[in-house]
Design a protein around this ligand. Structure first.
Ligand code: ACM
Length: 748
């Protein structure tokens, strides 16, 4: 009996300090490898001394400056430092990974132990983040942290061509990256919309090609795409002087960030060819986007530019772009065709590959490595090139299997120019749909790679194209908080990967971002409805999701709008048959935002056979022949695996197995003109009893104009009362010759 009491006291004794720890906040992102809360706290004052070993003096100095503490001292006091922050050397047993660190916060000391400056910087960032997380920013909870990164490459790309962000802002961008332990800044310095780096040998690049005649990218793009001059009062643009770029390189390096410059070639080069038309196939300004690869002057230009670039940027990688070159001009260019013959190349793909290989030779002669977008695989990869996989993961998989290093930046997970919520609620973006939880769900190592090839995946990167991001304020809206999710994907090990836990820590991080005046995207009040359909049993299990933390979700299944008395959601529940599901978040009894709606359709066509008279696009097969009849509806993005894509007309026949009395039918299409997705001009319905002889029944015309550029959905609905048929044929006319995306054929 007594023993039990003692044991209880012991447990309570351990537990009480643990409860007092809850006063401090340890909600770090990315999540450290090991974090053990300890009793007590360390009080930072403006006089708290900072001590460091010489190896970490630069890191300690940065820490002191950022935390507004006294300049660090190199000489440790005889008795040992008291009430101090200490940067010290770790041994290999304490910190096995050279990029890792230990951070120990006790009531008497804060100690950062590392083996390298990189590790010390990471430890410093954890400490600074902890300071920002505390209510008064001075009382730090005691803890033992042992931490190291999962991936060595943790990147953020920024396109400064489509919109220009001044040097002073780039420093803040880097500060925020560093706080979340991102270590590579991929600076997309040149593109059609403007050249952004001073090149001494080619001053026109920044006197002219850095300036355009419209401020927004969209206006410029739709009004002739002309360049202006720096002195023109109507010009929009800007560039970094070499001195500014050098300063930023140093600034980033002090914070553990490598800058990789990108100079685009051979495509996306309109701005170069406007001022140096002799480097294009036509020789005429404003005609070509691609550099002429038959002309040796092109290579002289590129090598001279890269010579200056390498002098500014010490990174081992130089990014040469390589994406989206339209190879048509080369087909009709005598010089390019001569090059193809002289070099015994097969086609224009090999011509591009020739150019990239030639650049690689040049870079490698200067002890640098070539990095390019995944198109550099086409026509044969340069021998030592590293590939950035952006058109999905396939480029990365192919390159890794061939023994090349890769950086994963697939559009579906890493393009932070995509919408992060329903486009109807968001400022205009380029398209796509990438909410926070999808970024968090990303796994950079494709499952197609075996143990041997996994090592070639260096890491991943967020890409931020700025066509629709005109200001730094808007830039932060697109980057935050999604970058926190990617930072955890790249830094933290997967054993503790858990979105609910991440979301809990995000509640503190939102506060931190407010303190830093970051214009982050606020978590949406939208409810997402996730159906799990069991067609055989006419049952659907419904669960709800939200970006809110522990929201009060109320729902209805009876066509009424949810109110503060409606059923409260506590976990997944089953629904039998068809039902209209509506759900909304309530806070202080008030409805927040518009209720979400999903019609569950346990309709007649579910599980029936669909015959394709014209095949669907192999690029967007969705669930193949099950797509239209699986009960699942396409969501806000055509990349969700429920929307089936068509490059020609839709022409399908649904076989109902037997003659069936029909009442109504609908099929849904979407329009999003940016990426070339249009409504059909009409949908027509035919029926048949034998599957051979069809009679036309009805036609529904489209009424959404192509001038409607925002994401739009339309149900093409047919009233079929009185019709009986076994075969129902649906034809939709693709008159715009773009893509059409369709989903669920609902038949009652
Ligand atoms: C790219 O998004 N064009 C690399």
């Amino acid at each position: 009996m007594k023993k039990h009491i003692i044991l209880l006291l012991l447990v309570a004794g351990l537990w009480i300090p643990a409860r007092s720890q809850s006063q401090g906040n340890l909600d770090l992102i990315p999540r450290p490898t090991l974090l053990k809360a300890q009793p007590g706290s360390f009080s930072l004052t403006p006089q708290t001394p900072v001590y460091t070993i010489p190896a970490f003096s630069a890191v300690a100095r940065l820490y002191s400056e950022t935390a507004h503490l006294p300049y660090p001292k190199l000489a440790f006091p005889q008795k040992g430092p008291a009430k101090a922050v200490v940067f010290a050397m770790a041994d290999k047993s304490a910190v096995p990974d050279s990029a890792g660190y230990q951070l120990k916060i006790s009531t008497s000391h804060v100690t950062i132990l590392a083996r390298t400056q990189t590790g010390a910087l990471a430890g410093m960032q954890s400490l600074l983040q902890l300071q920002l997380l505390q209510p008064d920013q001075t009382l730090l909870p005691c803890a033992d942290i042992t931490d190291h990164p999962r991936f060595g490459y943790r990147g953020v790309h920024l396109d400064v061509s489509r919109n220009f962000f001044p040097a002073a802002y780039i420093k803040r961008f880097i500060d925020l990256m560093a706080l979340y332990k991102m270590n590579t800044f991929h600076w997309h310095l040149t593109d059609g919309a403007g050249w952004r780096l001073e090149i001494k040998r080619y001053p026109e690049l920044t006197q002219v090609a850095a300036w355009r005649n419209y401020a927004t990218w969209k206006d410029w793009w739709t009004h002739g795409r002309r360049y202006s001059r720096e002195s023109d009062p109507n010009a929009y643009g800007g560039y970094y002087t070499q001195a500014e770029a050098r300063e930023i390189v140093v600034y980033a390096a002090q914070r553990g960030i490598t800058i990789i410059p990108e100079i685009e070639m051979p495509g996306h080069s309109e701005e170069v060819l406007a001022i140096y038309p002799q480097l294009s196939c036509s020789g005429i300004p404003y005609k070509n986007s691609e550099l002429c690869l038959g002309n040796d002057a092109t290579f002289t230009f590129l090598e001279q530019v890269l010579t200056e670039v390498m002098d500014i940027f010490p990174s081992s990688y130089i990014h040469i772009g390589g994406d989206e070159a339209d190879k048509k001009a080369w087909q009709h260019c005598p010089k390019c065709q001569q090059r193809i013959r002289d070099e015994k190349l097969k086609d224009e793909n090999e011509l591009q590959s020739y150019a990239i290989k030639r650049m690689e030779k040049f870079l490698s002669a200067h002890h640098r490595k070539l990095l390019g977008w995944d198109e550099i695989l086409e026509g044969g990869l340069a021998p030592a090139a590293t590939v950035m996989s952006w058109r999905g993961e396939s480029g990365g998989i192919a390159a890794a299997k061939a023994g090349h290093d890769v950086i994963m930046t697939p559009g579906g997970y890493c393009y932070f120019d995509s919408y992060q919520a329903d486009p109807a609620t968001q400022p205009e973006a380029i398209g796509g749909y990438l909410p926070l939880d999808k970024v968090y769900s990303y796994e950079p190592v494709p499952k197609e790679l075996d143990a041997q090839n996994v090592k070639h995946v260096l890491g991943a990167q967020a890409n931020i194209w700025t066509e629709y991001i005109p200001t730094s304020y808007h830039l932060e809206y697109m980057v935050y908080p999604r970058l926190l999710a990617l930072s955890e994907v790249l830094w933290s090990d997967t054993t503790h990967k858990n979105f609910a836990d991440f979301q809990q820590r995000m509640q503190s991080q939102y506060h931190l971002l407010q303190r830093l005046n970051v214009n982050y995207y606020r978590p949406s009040y939208a409810v997402t409805i996730h159906p799990e359909i069991d067609a055989a049993h006419h049952r659907t299990v419904i669960s709800f999701g939200s970006e809110q933390y522990q929201p009060e979700i109320r729902y209805t299944l009876d066509s009424t709008l949810p109110n503060n008395q409606s059923a409260r959601y506590t976990g997944p529940f089953a629904v039998t048959g068809s039902a209209p599901v509506r759900a909304a978040i309530f806070k202080d009894n008030q409805l927040q935002g518009a209720p979400a709606f999903l019609q569950l359709d346990d309709h007649l066509a579910i599980g029936k056979k669909v015959i394709y008279n014209i095949p669907y696009s192999q690029k967007y097969p969705a669930q193949q022949a099950a797509t239209f009849v699986n009960g699942y509806r396409g969501s806000l993005t055509y990349g969700d695996g429920q929307w089936q894509g068509f490059e020609g007309d839709v022409d399908i026949t649904v076989d109902m197995d037997q003659a069936t009395a029909l009442h109504r039918l609908s099929i849904t299409f979407m329009q999003l003109t940016g990426p070339g997705v249009y409504m059909p001009s009409y949908v027509e319905l035919l029926t048949s009893d034998d599957g051979k002889n069809f009679k036309p029944v009805k036609q529904v015309n489209n009424d959404i104009p192509t001038s409607n550029v925002t994401l739009t959905f339309k149900d093409f609905k047919f009233d079929l009362s009185g019709e009986t048929a076994r075969y129902i044929r649906i034809r939709a006319k693709n008159e715009q010759h773009g893509f059409m995306f369709a989903d669920e054929v609902i038949i009652y």
